[in-house]
Design a protein around this ligand. Structure first.
Ligand code: ATP
Length: 585
């Protein structure tokens, strides 16, 4: 495929607003890609070069891109800045300037352009910014005006075609079947191997019949299983078919620890041949290996050839045997100053599941067998920063309640009740795992993770922050749309208002994104594209004639920022479920 073909398809998708049409158009583009190209096409249409877990970011901020465009077309950065101000889209600015540029445009193969972009993104070290600028500028001069529009938007993260991984999975089904019928198999494949490019390649190269046979692989994250909620312990135990296991619920952050031979794609890059690969992924499949050196060191010493473990990392003082608070634990989620942070707040990863062991994918094995495997591994040694999560078989509500009380007394968040015979439901929220948290002030059974959709300018004291209230929403995976659920104006400290403004800044857009549904009376002063996720607590959920979700959070309070992708916020279906639980209480 040549670059212009790719760009024409993007332009066509760009002009479309109906979700179904977007999917079909994307399917056509994917159809044209061969098995060498399809993974790259998937990443590019999502505005990336590699899947998120590979951690490669362009690091070409707006300021830098202004310089690139100026340098490419012999303008001053001020001139480009001025044009940018007029249109609000640096891609269009580059397109216009390229139109006036005399050189004849080339139409290189898409793969060649992809390789160039990869090379630019991988520039590191002294002088790398300058090299990036020069290489990117050369690329912009080489290609056609229309291609400029998209090649500028991609590194800026402003492609905004209005879709997510889910749309790509839908489109792959349309590509293969001309309908959505392959979607469940594609979703399964993605849950086992959270790399949409790999799934697309697997489909193109091996065929639809092989999707169910996709295997996990150390180095590629598995979508973590999620927990359901229920109103009471009695109801929870009813759902367990007499096979309930109770575990403490740690309040830290999810870690998926991979140990094994390095995957093909990584050869000669990150690890020396003698060392086993160890990688740690977050709940949203980000690579957080570098943040947890002490866990990495222990994982490397596990007596296994390969393993994928699921657990929760918590700040833990091994001398006193006590936990640090959630706020203290989160200080470990940092890229810089890891050494100092580690001395203050060492973490321990509490392992509660095993998903892969010495070459075998274990997702379909019953939980009690998986537990046996991980117990055997942990019986062979002792580690400071890795431990097995305690687990208790329970028969009665009274027993479950005693455990709940015991863990709350230890400062933990509550319990998880798990069904002993269940498979590991990668990427799914099922009743085989049910969380039961410390009773919250209101009737609400859980907090809600919301997307920041926009904000209103403040009045009075808040005016100085330029932000006085925020509009937040939840997501419906069914139609890929974000719906408003609350206007939040309380629960934030001055510093948090400032932080909110800072976090929102890179996502500010002039028009509401295609997949937002916002009633006129709630239109914010400033629109924020999907990017900032936060946890909100509330007293109750009520039906709402105003909010597009059809529900509203009463007395909403900001709790904390969450490291979740926009599409991982609480779903509309979960809100309905929370409403049901609340009404049953
Ligand atoms: P969710 O992950 O359900 O979307 P969330 O991220 O807000 O929601 P919680 O609702 O607090 O998380 O509960 C689920 C999370 O609890 C898991 O993702 C995991 O990080 C954590 N957790 C702590 N202890 C355990 C345990 N023993 N088993 C499973 N998960 C646990």
């Amino acid at each position: 495929m040549r670059l212009d073909t790719f760009v024409l398809h993007l332009e066509d998708i760009d002009k479309t607003t109906a979700r179904n049409e977007i999917t079909i158009k994307l399917a056509k583009l994917l159809q044209r890609a061969d098995s060498q190209e399809i993974d790259k096409v998937c990443y590019l249409v999502l505005g990336r070069l590699l899947p998120r877990y590979r951690g490669l970011e362009f690091n070409l901020a707006e300021k830098m891109m202004i310089q690139v465009v100026a340098f490419a077309f012999n303008k001053t950065p001020d001139e480009v800045h001025h044009l940018f101000h007029q249109t609000g889209d640096l891609g269009l600015v580059a397109e216009n300037l390229r139109q006036q540029w005399p050189e004849k445009a080339k139409n290189p193969p898409l793969l060649a352009v992809y390789q160039r972009l990869l090379e630019i993104a991988r520039e590191e070290g002294a002088g790398s910014q300058e090299r990036k600028k020069q290489k990117m500028a050369a690329l912009l001069r080489l290609v056609a005006p229309r291609a400029n529009r998209y090649l500028v938007r991609i590194p800026l993260g402003k492609l905004r075609l209005g879709f997510s991984t889910a749309t790509v999975l839908d489109a792959l089904s349309w590509m293969e079947r001309q309908d959505k019928s392959l979607r469940p198999d594609l979703q399964y494949a993605f849950n086992v191997s959270a790399d949409v490019g790999r799934v697309a390649w697997w489909l193109k190269a091996k065929g639809a019949a092989k999707l169910k046979a996709i295997t996990a692989s150390p180095g590629i994250p598995i979508m973590p299983a999620l927990a359901e909620r229920e109103a009471t312990l009695t109801k929870i135990l009813e759902r367990m078919n007499g096979h309930a296991l109770v575990e403490p619920k740690y309040d830290g952050f999810r870690v998926q620890i991979h140990v094994g031979p390095e995957p093909e794609v990584e050869k000669n890059k990150l690890f020396s041949a003698k060392e086993k690969m160890v990688k740690i992924f977050s709940r949203s499949t980000r690579d957080i290996t570098a943040m947890l050196p002490e866990v990495v060191a222990d994982a490397r010493n596990l007596p296994v050839e390969s393993i994928i473990l699921d657990g929760e990392a918590v700040g833990f003082n091994p001398k006193t045997g006590t936990f640090f608070t959630f706020q203290e634990t989160t200080t470990r989620r940092r890229k810089y100053g890891v050494k100092e942070a580690r001395e203050k707040i060492p973490v321990r990863a509490f392992i509660f599941d095993v998903l892969y062991y010495n070459g075998e994918t274990l997702l379909r094995k019953p939980f009690h067998s998986r537990r046996q495997i991980v117990e055997q591994v942990f019986a062979k040694g002792k580690w400071q920063h890795l431990a097995l999560t305690p687990q208790t078989k329970v028969q009665s509500v009274a027993e479950a309640h005693r455990l709940f009380e015991k863990y709350i007394r230890r400062g933990l968040e509550g319990i998880l009740v798990k069904e002993a015979n269940s498979q590991y439901h990668a990427g799914q929220r099922k009743f085989s795992w049910i969380k039961f948290k410390r009773a919250m002030e209101g009737k609400l059974a859980d907090t809600v993770d919301c997307l920041l959709m926009g904000y209103y300018y403040g009045r009075g004291k808040r005016q100085q922050f330029g932000i006085g209230a925020i509009l937040v929403g939840v997501y419906s995976p069914r139609d890929g749309t974000f719906y408003t659920i609350s206007k939040v104006g309380t629960g934030l400290t001055d510093e948090q208002w400032r932080m909110l403004r800072r976090r929102a800044q890179p996502f500010v857009v002039k028009k509401p994104p295609k997949n937002y549904q916002v009633p006129d009376e709630l239109k914010p002063d400033v629109w924020v594209a999907p990017g900032v996720v936060m946890e909100i607590s509330a007293d109750v959920i009520s039906r709402s004639p105003i909010h597009s979700a059809g529900f509203a959070l009463r007395f909403p309070r900001f709790q904390r920022f969450r490291d979740k992708s926009p599409t991982e916020v609480t779903t509309l279906e979960e809100i309905r479920e929370l409403f049901r639980i609340q009404e049953e209480k």
